[in-house]
Design a binder for this molecule. Structure first.
Ligand code: FAD
Length: 350
């Protein structure tokens, strides 16, 4: 039997694309091993602002708006809570930043996100005393619950828990064949696993390692996210996600003492209440030099499609990207050149 799509990789890219396929009544199978799953490790904040440079990410408002709609739709579909609106308290490292904040908060489109007021009263147990501002209209996702729920609701035939073997893919003009599956198209969403993809590993997608801690701290508020040079994100039962590091050079799967000490020292100079470190984890973000995702058809094989490079904001980007990718693969609708695979066509050697 011919199906419409094989999806390789079940992170937010694979999940949101499959969700779109269900809506469009298309057949698909997902093939995944969760070895390098970035979505699962994510801080999962939906925030389009780049606070270091007081700007917003490319089409950030469009991505955020669509993502919020998507996660609410997901919640309604599966009767589960995977999304919370939550503001970020951005603590300044220097008093001078207060002026920068006030100026930026009056500019479009940042005014939609940066509350104009700078606050100098501290109700929270915070050591930094240079004031803070509130980033509004932001949200967070519960990625594990999201992934588990969607998978649970798929049929057995929709999900194969196996490593995809690229050498076993047979490519024909109108379809591809993989084991017993014949499919019109195959979409590769392997995150940093792309390095093993013999068809697309010419692309400049790198892994950016991030270490983070899970801490328990009964005296910290769970009502908002705290941010200085690190994020402190409330999960449940007074557990907080604290991260993260950014390391392009270290490709090892190991947690490092250096990462642990870095996060601990940042935490100790940020909050003044006791906490217990209950876990130390790592993840790898699939990043592209120009900080844009890469989507599109293989230069030689039309039915091989790439969906990768979601970088540091994949949870926010994927819902709208999946819609665009679907329209591209089903109706040949072109998308923005900024995210098209064509921008790297010169790197492809036949
Ligand atoms: C520490 C950290 C913090 C982050 N914080 C945020 C945040 O706050 N907000 C935000 O929006 N984003 C955040 N991100 C980024 C976000 O997590 C990623 O952009 C996103 O998860 C990438 O999703 P993906 O679906 O492309 O890849 P992944 O989630 O990595 O999924 C790819 C899947 O494919 C599988 N796979 C790979 N190769 C094969 C193969 N050959 N066969 C079968 N399966 C295979 C992998 O094991 C994995 O399960 C963070 C990332 C990290 C690491």
């Amino acid at each position: 039997m011919m199906i419409d799509y094989i999806i390789v990789g079940y992170g937010i890219a694979g999940l949101s694309f499959a969700f779109k396929l269900i809506k469009e009544k298309k057949d698909f199978v997902i093939i995944d091993t969760p070895e390098t799953n970035s979505t699962f490790q994510s801080g999962a904040v939906l925030n389009p602002t780049i606070l270091k440079r007081y700007t917003i990410s490319w089409k950030g408002s469009d991505f955020l708006k669509f993502a919020k709609k998507f996660y609410v739709e997901f919640e309604n579909e599966y009767n589960v809570k995977v999304f919370d609106k939550i503001v970020i308290h951005r603590y300044f490292s220097r008093k001078q930043e207060q002026n920068d904040w006030i100026v930026a908060s009056g500019l479009k489109p940042l005014e939609n996100y940066l509350d104009h007021q700078v606050i100098n009263e501290y109700n929270d147990p915070i050591l930094l005393k240079n004031g803070y501002g509130i980033v509004k209209n932001t949200a967070k996702i519960y990625p594990k619950l999201l992934l588990d729920t969607f998978k649970f609701n798929l049929t057995k035939n929709n999900f194969i828990n196996k490593k995809f073997d690229y050498k076993k893919l047979e490519i024909f003009k109108q379809y591809v064949k993989y084991g017993n599956f014949k499919s019109k198209k195959i979409v590769f969403c392997e995150g940093v696993g792309i390095k093993n993809n013999i068809f697309f590993n010419y692309l400049p997608i790198e892994s950016l390692k991030g270490e983070y801690l899970l801490i328990k701290s009964p005296k910290l508020s769970s009502k908002y996210i705290l941010k200085s040079s690190i994020y402190i994100i409330p999960l449940e039962k007074k557990v907080f996600w604290v991260g993260s590091t950014f390391d392009f050079n270290d490709k090892s799967q190991k947690k490092t003492k250096k990462g642990y000490n870095f996060l601990l020292s940042k935490l100790n100079s940020f909050i003044s209440v006791p906490f217990e470190v209950i876990d130390h984890e790592i993840g790898f973000r699939p990043v592209v030099k120009d900080r844009r995702p890469i989507l599109g058809r293989h230069p030689k094989y039309e039915n091989l499609i790439l969906y990768n490079g979601l970088g540091t904001r994949g949870l926010m980007l994927a819902p709208l990207l999946s819609k665009w990718l679907y329209e591209y693969t089903s109706d040949n609708k072109e998308f923005y050149k900024e995210i098209s695979i064509n921008r790297y066509k010169d790197l492809y050697k036949n």
